[in-house]
Write a protein that binds this ligand. Structure first.
Ligand code: GLU
Length: 506
């Protein structure tokens, strides 16, 4: 039999912002699919109406777009297995739930929410399952006649899986190896809700089957659900088609104690979501990597290394390299500690290695958001090339390059004044003349002229460099000062010297 075509899916529930662990799940699915010339499907699991959050689906799609991880099939792109939004597939699921009831693997349960609440209050560790199901109102405890009557009267009910007694179910996880569960430990999960919507457990199995999913990589937090899913695959007669599962390791807090949560981000001062997420209900804005100034390439690169390496010391990978080198066998089962300093290192490296042309539109946005007007694209490119090695975040481009577009508003006079002399003022006045008469205005020649003039005036060139920098930049930072002057141009350099001389001589 030929190998099954590789088809993977990312199946988020649109309930809020997208945690970086979610994007890593997307990434690993995507890399695996692309490596094996397979399909990457985005399926929106929105059957839980109570948890549905307006705008969350669009936000998830925007996150994937920002990362450049485009699904081959999705609610937006369509595809041969549409619809890809589970709420639009509602009519599909009931028949499978009913089939399970007929087979004796599932049953109707008529308990009201109040009755269940009372049980939870009165019975410690109450679980709807083997231990209690006989005493509750369901088609296992009631007579056929009673059940028929309740159904005829359209009594609200759910369909629950009947977990078998004293069995062990197991599967081979691609990352974890052989994993097994005692069925007695697992409760009878609801499969179909009173509103006719499937729960996640039923919908995920039915859709993975109908959409011919070959591999399902998902977060470790879904491992406890695996026994229910395994039994459903088996009871529905689809076991041979079950996808290969890989439960990805958790992303841990920086200290390694427990899963990295949204709250940890707020506490420690770094983002946990891919993009900023605004919760309209609470009015809370949770910051994102994108808005903080991460490049998507860097974000993906750092996520790839959380739980995976290629077996060498290489840390920087393009998406194409990741596709080529990724192997699910090299994903570790141990949780991966998140290190924000390391995350920033990835970003700085990516900014360094990116062409000005690819950074341009983001940098322009950073500058324009702060009111800096950029008119000349070519000039912007040159500025980016000159300062990018000094930027860790895209937002750093504001501080590092605003002075190329507007004159300093103030000067770090404290760094100049104590050593400022008339002789130095005289030097700069003369230097204006040198600049005006020079024909080639480029860094090396300018530096030579600067040093020659300093020598002529009997002042150490080293003592003039800092004032010169502060004249151009306003402060003590930036690339080589002659590079700055050259890029600013003759006229602007002269203007800035003149303006600063007024401030320094005062
Ligand atoms: N809908 C689940 C989620 O929100 C999908 C889990 C799975 O991939 O099976 O993550």
């Amino acid at each position: 039999m030929p190998d099954k075509k590789v088809r993977v899916r990312f199946a988020p529930s649109p309930t809020g912002g997208l945690h970086l662990g979610g994007v890593r799940t997307v990434l690993f699915n995507y890399l695996f699919a692309k490596k094996h010339h397979g399909d990457f499907v985005l399926r929106i699991e929105d059957t839980d109406q109570n948890r549905y959050v307006e705008g969350a689906e669009q936000y998830i799609m925007d996150c994937l777009k920002w990362c450049g991880l485009f699904p081959d099939e999705s609610p937006e792109a369509g595809g041969p297995y549409a619809p890809y939004r589970q709420s639009e597939r509602k009519s599909i699921y009931r028949e499978y739930a009913e089939k399970l009831v007929r087979q004796g693997h599932a049953y109707y349960a008529f308990d009201t929410p109040e009755e269940l609440e009372q049980n939870r209050r009165e019975i410690p560790n109450f679980q709807y399952g083997l231990a209690y199901r006989d005493g509750l109102r369901n088609s296992l405890s009631l007579t056929q006649h009673e059940v028929d009557e309740l159904l005829d009267r359209h009594t609200p009910h759910v369909i629950r899986i009947k977990m078998p007694a004293d069995e062990r179910v197991s599967f081979d996880d691609v990352i974890r190896g052989h994993v097994s569960f005692e069925t007695n430990q697992v409760d009878d999960k609801v499969l179909l809700k009173a509103d006719g919507m499937p729960t996640y457990h039923l919908a995920v199995v039915v859709d993975d089957y109908l959409m011919k999913i070959s591999h399902a990589f998902r977060g470790e937090e879904w491992l406890p659900s695996a026994p229910v899913h395994l039994l459903l695959w088996e009871y529905l007669g689809w076991k041979a088609d079950m996808p290969q599962w890989a439960h990805l390791p958790l992303i841990l807090k920086p200290d390694g104690h427990g899963k990295l949560s949204k709250r940890d981000g707020a506490r420690l001062g770094f983002p946990v979501y891919a993009m900023s997420w605004f919760d309209a209900k609470t009015g809370e804005l949770t910051p994102g990597f994108r808005e903080l100034g991460f490049l998507p390439e860097a974000f993906l690169n750092l996520l790839a290394t959380l739980g995976w390496n290629d077996g060498t010391d290489q840390e920087l990978f393009t998406l194409d390299e990741l596709i080529e080198k990724f192997s699910i066998d090299r994903v570790s089962k141990a949780g991966a500690k998140f290190d924000f300093e390391k995350a920033k290192w990835f970003n700085a490296e990516w900014i360094k290695k990116s062409e000005a042309g690819t950074l341009k539109s983001e940098v322009r946005k950073v500058l324009e958001d702060k009111g800096v007007v950029v008119t000349d694209e070519n000039y912007l490119n040159q500025v980016i090339d000159l300062v990018k090695d000094r930027c860790v975040l895209l937002t750093d481009f504001y501080q590092q390059s605003a002075y190329f577009f507007e004159q300093p508003k103030e000067y770090d006079v404290n760094s100049v004044k104590p050593k400022w002399t008339d002789a130095k003022a005289e030097f700069f006045n003369a230097f204006i003349g040198t600049i005006n008469s020079t024909k080639v205005f480029e860094p090396a020649a300018l530096e030579t002229d600067f040093k020659a003039l300093a020598e002529e005036k009997g002042i150490k060139a080293g003592e003039l460099m800092l004032p010169f920098r502060i004249m151009l930049v306003g402060a003590k930072f930036g690339p080589h000062v002659f590079d700055i002057a050259t890029l600013l141009g003759k006229e602007e350099t002269v203007k800035r010297i003149e303006k600063a001389l007024v401030a320094f001589n005062n």
